[in-house]
Ligand binder design. Structure first.
Ligand code: BGC
Length: 752
């Protein structure tokens, strides 16, 4: 602890904790008591300041045009922290900084906060570490969440959280704006890749695992290698009707509860400390102004105890964009009274000024401010910021170490999903002569996309030189002389398709690398889910040569490829596989790794058919209403074969509330070791609210040696039978149910 801070806290008469080990207070004063004592000494200005979060740019030289390398501006910093008492800063300002640079930035900020202010309250710094510490140079950058979901391996997702927390804390930052818990049910949405896919249960399991990774099993966020998580974006952000980012969702309350609330419920249970609000609106109500969602449901029903932060400029947006407030001040009142505790303002002090006035005029009660500040300070205490506001100079030795990179490689390998493999085209022989073509073949940024080094993730020149593109990884694996590279097209333009065709004729196999250029948030809006025309033309032209074609897709959402699927012998979906993605793709193409990823979303066949796997019966009851995706949710091939036998359900008749045990034997019937995801779906055959054909209820990833069998068992509990009834209340109805596992099914009866 810095001397100045100690004196300040001691001077306040607060019982100062001296900690020997992080997170283990040496005296009995509870955090609640400390927070209450501190709040009782704060002025209104100091309280409102704690509720204010600004962006790093605002305290940097040159703002609003901040040059790289970023430099803090002393006067601006003092204006923010000493004059406006702000409690939080976020963002990267320019682009990724080194660990060293981050530590300098955080140290300087905490110097001002802890030494130059009356109460010495440390700043809580927040960052978007979405797929690893993506704003720290050289960090371990994992597959984006959609790929992590495709691993169907919650342990790996937890490891991602642990490693991310380690590298974020090594950068001196204690708070991560992740995980994204929106259920990805709108494939056009440019933030689909930040989600864990289309199923509420899968998102809930993965979200909770990630939170435990970031915060620790017991949510001991003061530990030196843990950070506070921020579940986002509450609620319904992931389902914009138009598919464009930050546009309205129309979700009736029953469906909100059925599909979109469960991951947040699971995340609150997992102990997440903070929550960020959906930028947009549901049913005409901007969520930043919804007391019902932010207070009644979140606090009253879910029991959330942490603090709520707005999204970027979204309180102001109630006035400027959403037009539900006639002034900015009215917007502030609306949001604060709805339940927003901290405003990500983030580019000025308007929120601070407006809220001060509102409280002075009696329009916002002091008690509401006290409540918000209490929640914020509690998290600061729990993070150990009062005892350790500064980056620990001795911590961080393992930053981007071999072990972390190995885990990252494993995550990428387990995410990649084999969607088609005709005539055993895959795995490829290492002696084959290979053409590599397409716009994603030789770029690192297409493997990572948004939230990588920069916000848009599209500055190829800033990517590490020691990581491999798909092309580089294949060259390393089979030797440069076996590989011909002809890009053929860019994303939007034909370059030289005839040259690629010519090269394909001379090759044993053509690896056609297609997908999306990098994007983030609304910059990724599209008008059409179809893959870009030049890419389709390239693939079609090469397919005509008769040389076997393997498509490798690196994309954050399932772009329509129906024109080129039939002509391809092999298709590999790699999502956005992160820094080790190139290596992982090469490992799978050439058989060093057996693929085990499964789609966490439905891969649509047509641009106007986004029917999801858990559709209603009416969406699949005749030729005109057919569930006919390109590839279904949960699908993914292996280089070995798994057989399922002896599915049992016990008991055959069960009382509501009693457990149901489902078991199945899975055997590796092929000649290679492999991993399989055992997926259990439940169908409620008749219900008072139209039931889905099936819903995912459990899954387990297992490893099997050739010839090996395992008996896998699951237990279904009362909550697995719950749906939201006609009165929007949780309901369980007796009747006949069906469990299905890999095409086998068994019925049983639930009785009162
Ligand atoms: C995004 C959030 C992010 C925030 C801070 C917003 O534009 O919607 O997900 O956490 O910016 O960078």
């Amino acid at each position: 602890m810095k001397k100045g801070l100690f004196l300040k806290l001691a001077g306040l008469g607060i019982l100062v904790m001296i900690t020997s080990v992080w997170g283990q207070p040496a005296n009995r004063t509870t955090i609640d008591e400390k927070v209450a004592a501190l709040v009782s000494r704060m002025t209104l200005e100091e309280k409102v300041g704690q509720m204010t979060q600004i962006s790093l740019e605002v305290v940097s030289r040159g703002f609003p045009v901040v040059a790289s390398p970023l430099q803090l501006d002393d006067a601006r910093l003092r204006n923010a922290i000493v004059v406006h008492h702000i409690g939080s800063i976020l963002n990267v300002g320019t682009r990724a900084h080194t660990v060293q640079k981050w530590r300098q930035i955080i140290t300087k900020i905490q110097d001002v906060a802890t030494q130059d202010t009356r109460l010495g309250i440390p700043i809580i710094y927040g960052i978007d570490a979405i797929h690893g510490a993506n704003y720290t140079t050289g960090a371990t950058l994992f597959p984006q969440a959609i790929g992590m979901a495709a691993t169907w391996n919650p342990e790996l997702v937890k490891r991602d959280g642990q490693i991310t927390a380690y590298e974020v804390r090594a950068s001196g930052i204690p708070w991560n704006f992740n995980p994204v818990l929106g259920v990805g049910r709108q494939p056009l949405w440019p933030r689909l890749f930040e989600t864990f896919g289309e199923d509420p249960y899968l998102v809930s399991v993965m979200g909770a695992a990630y939170i435990k990774g970031l915060e620790g099993e017991q949510n001991t966020i003061s530990d030196s290698d843990k950070v506070a998580s921020c579940m986002k974006h509450y609620l319904g952000y992931s389902f914009p009707l138009s598919g464009k980012d930050r546009t309205p969702a129309w979700i009736p309350e029953r469906m909100l509860r059925e599909y979109f609330l469960p991951p947040f419920r699971a995340a609150v249970r997992a102990g997440s400390h903070t929550l960020m609000v959906n930028s947009s609106e549901i049913n005409g109500i901007p969520v930043h102004s919804s007391h019902f969602l932010l207070t009644d449901v979140l606090r009253g029903e879910l029991g959330f105890k942490g603090f709520v932060v707005s999204d970027w400029q979204d309180i102001e947006n109630l006035y400027r964009r959403e037009k539900v407030a006639s002034t900015q001040k009215e917007a502030v009142k609306m949001a604060v009274m709805a339940g927003v505790d901290m405003s990500m303002v983030p580019l000025d002090f308007s929120f601070y000024n407006d809220l001060l006035e509102l409280v002075r005029n009696g329009e916002v009660p002091k008690s509401r401010v006290d409540e918000a500040v209490t929640r914020i300070l509690k998290v600061k205490y729990e993070l150990g910021l009062f005892e350790h506001p500064y980056p620990d100079p001795t911590f961080g030795e393992r930053f981007a170490c071999k072990e972390f990179q190995q885990t990252n490689l494993q995550a990428a390998q387990e995410s990649i999903t084999l969607l088609k493999n005709i005539d055993g085209v895959l795995p490829l022989k290492k002696g084959a002569r290979v053409l590599i073509t397409g716009p994603t073949a030789d770029k690192m940024h297409v493997l990572n996309s948004g939230w990588t080094i920069t916000w848009q993730g599209n500055e190829e020149s800033l990517y590490p030189k020691d990581k491999w593109t798909i092309l580089q990884a294949i060259r390393h694996k089979i030797g440069t002389d076996r590989v011909t590279f002809v890009p053929g097209v860019s994303f939007e333009k034909e370059m030289d398709i005839p040259a690629a065709v010519e090269a394909a004729r001379r090759a044993d196999v053509a690896i056609v690398c297609l997908g999306e250029d990098a994007y983030c948030e609304s910059e990724g809006n599209i008008m059409d889910l179809t893959l870009s025309e030049p890419q389709l033309k390239l693939a079609e032209a090469i397919e005509k040569t008769g040389t076997p074609v393997v498509l490798v897709l690196t994309e954050g959402r399932p772009r329509i490829i129906n024109r080129i699927t039939d002509g391809a012998k092999g298709i590999l979906m790699a999502y956005l596989p992160g820094m080790e993605g190139g290596r992982a793709i090469a490992d799978i193409l050439f058989g060093d790794v057996n693929p085990s990823g499964k789609l966490p979303v439905t891969y649509p066949r047509y641009t106007n058919d986004f029917t999801l796997y858990d559709h209603k019966h009416s969406e699949n009851n005749d030729e005109e209403h057919q569930y006919h995706p390109q590839f279904p949710f949960g699908f993914g091939l292996s280089y070995t074969k798994f057989s399922y036998t002896n599915l049992t359900v016990e008991p055959k008749t069960v009382k509501i509330g009693d457990p149901v045990r489902v078991s199945v034997t899975v055997r590796n019937a092929g000649r290679r070791a492999g991993k399989e995801v055992v997926q259990l779906y439940l169908s409620d055959l008749v219900a008072s609210v139209t039931p889905s054909e099936k819903r995912l209820k459990r899954f387990k990833k297992i490893a099997l040696a050739p010839g090996e069998s395992k008996r896998v068992s699951f237990t279904l509990n009362k909550s697995d039978f719950v749906f939201f009834g006609r009165d929007n209340m949780p309901t369980v109805e007796p009747g006949v149910f069906k469990v299905s596992v890999s095409g086998r099914s068994k019925e049983f009866t639930l009785k009162k």
